[in-house]
Design a protein around this ligand. Structure first.
Ligand SMILES: Cc1cc2nc3c(=O)[nH]c(=O)nc-3n(C[C@H](O)[C@H](O)[C@H](O)COP(=O)(O)OP(=O)(O)OC[C@H]3O[C@@H](n4cnc5c(N)ncnc54)[C@H](O)[C@@H]3O)c2cc1C
Length: 378
């Protein structure tokens, strides 16, 4: 076997997690190889998201990472991308009369911020006129939300990575990982790459990559989520309507380039694969949307599904393995991997180099122990 190349870091997976940490490490002057199984970076979950930046979404460590990411999104490094990465989008959580306790619990947890307000029924309808009359009793408005240009974020990181001397190898599914003489040797289609540190950013496949390295498993569960595009009603200007989410996250609706993106917010466990939408999930989606909104869906214009991968506590796994020397986990980004990517990449790049994480990330109230693989016994 010929060693094709030796680097400081090998990163497995060029979704948003792998591409962003690759760019940060390369910008720190490290020699980085980024291996991607597909021909196209971002082909799996990263290319299938709803592209939302929602500061109030997810458990506390996610909210801290999201807050710590906002400065990058609004003011990325010079030359990162030619257009803004974010465009404003209000987020409206809606509650029926039987969901008021859940709404108030959410406001208790994330409220107390200038962007957050509780809305009475008439205020909800003023914000979201597509709702079916009588459906929503109250709501919570988060004025701090945005749409994310996900492709620009991914391509911006890859551009920065290459400009800093990083090397992306596409069509390179890592099938064998071995450690010898202080180096990981990663085999890809008969070629071998070597580095003292491997970063596992393999998305839904992260436990499979962990097993290849004898690093154990983090108990990752990929969960299928479906997205559907339908026509917007012709008589309503939809582009400035809020992302509208059921407070129990059973469905959502979002304007999408003159159309509407709808989702049943499904979370069906599924093995890692090129997952496709199921007819039943599309039908459930349409039913939920037609119950809540004054819409009649005649035609599905497009649909897709992607895998949101979670460990038990729904918090990402970031840090060195205690079982396999030089093996670094960057996995379990769940439904928040785009909005948290900038802070997560800086954090992972620091930890993988044995450096202190930047103060602005920790100052958001992030407990590193909450992300550590040690909490999962690996
Ligand atoms: C419908 C839907 C809506 C979502 N909406 C949002 C949202 O609004 N906001 C948000 O922040 N997040 C959202 N998410 C979640 C977000 O998309 C993910 O958290 C994020 O994309 C995960 O990125 P990743 O890089 O970890 O995974 P991926 O993008 O899946 O990247 C992992 C890569 O690893 C590669 N790989 C795997 N095994 C190997 C191997 N052995 N060798 C080489 N390469 C390998 C894969 O080919 C893949 O390209 C959504 C997800 C879905 C499905």
């Amino acid at each position: 076997m010929t060693v094709a190349e030796q680097a400081d870091f090998i990163i497995i997976g060029a979704g948003i997690a792998g591409s962003s940490v690759a760019a940060e490490l390369a910008a720190d002057g490290r020699h980085v190889l980024l291996l991607e199984a597909e021909q196209q970076p971002g082909y799996h979950t990263t290319g299938r998201s709803a592209a939302i930046f929602a500061p109030t979404y997810g458990p506390a460590p996610i909210r801290a990472l999201t807050r710590a990411s906002e400065a990058f999104f609004t003011n990325p490094p010079a030359g990162f991308w030619d257009h803004p990465l974010l465009s404003h989008r209000d987020i409206l959580m809606i509650a029926r009369s039987d969901q008021i306790a859940a709404l108030d619990a959410l406001i208790d947890e994330v409220g107390g911020h200038a962007d957050i307000s509780r809305l009475e029924s008439h205020e909800v309808y003023a914000r979201q006129p597509l709702l079916r009359p009588g459906y929503a009793e109250a709501g919570m408005l988060d004025a701090g939300g945005h749409d994310i240009d996900v492709d620009a974020l991914l391509q911006g990181y890859l551009r920065r990575f290459r400009a800093e001397g990083g090397q992306l190898v596409a069509g390179a599914g890592a099938s064998d990982l071995r450690r010898a003489a202080g180096l990981w040797r990663v085999t890809v289609g008969g070629r071998e790459y070597a580095a003292p540190v491997v970063i596992n950013a393999a998305g839904a496949w992260a436990d499979e990559v962990g097993a290849l390295a004898s690093a154990g498993e983090i108990g990752l569960v990929p969960k299928r989520r479906t997205a559907v595009i339908i026509a917007a009603p012709e008589d309503v200007e939809t582009e400035h309507l809020p992302l509208t989410v059921d407070v129990d996250e059973k469905f959502y609706l979002k304007p999408e380039s003159g159309r509407l993106l709808i989702s049943p917010a499904d979370e069906t466990p599924a093995p890692p694969s090129d997952v496709q939408p199921e007819e039943l999930d599309i039908a459930i989606c349409v039913d939920k949307i037609e119950r809540a909104f004054d819409l009649s869906v005649r035609r599905i214009e497009n649909s897709w599904a992607g895998l949101r991968s979670f460990v038990g506590d729904k918090v990402p796994v970031v840090g060195f393995s205690a079982r396999a020397e030089g093996f670094f986990w960057l996995a379990g980004q769940g439904g928040y991997g785009i909005q948290t990517a900038p802070a997560m990449a800086r954090l992972a790049a620091a930890l993988a180099q044995g450096k202190q994480p930047a103060a602005d990330i920790i100052d958001e109230g992030l407990e590193l122990a909450a992300l550590s693989p040690a909490r999962l016994g690996v």
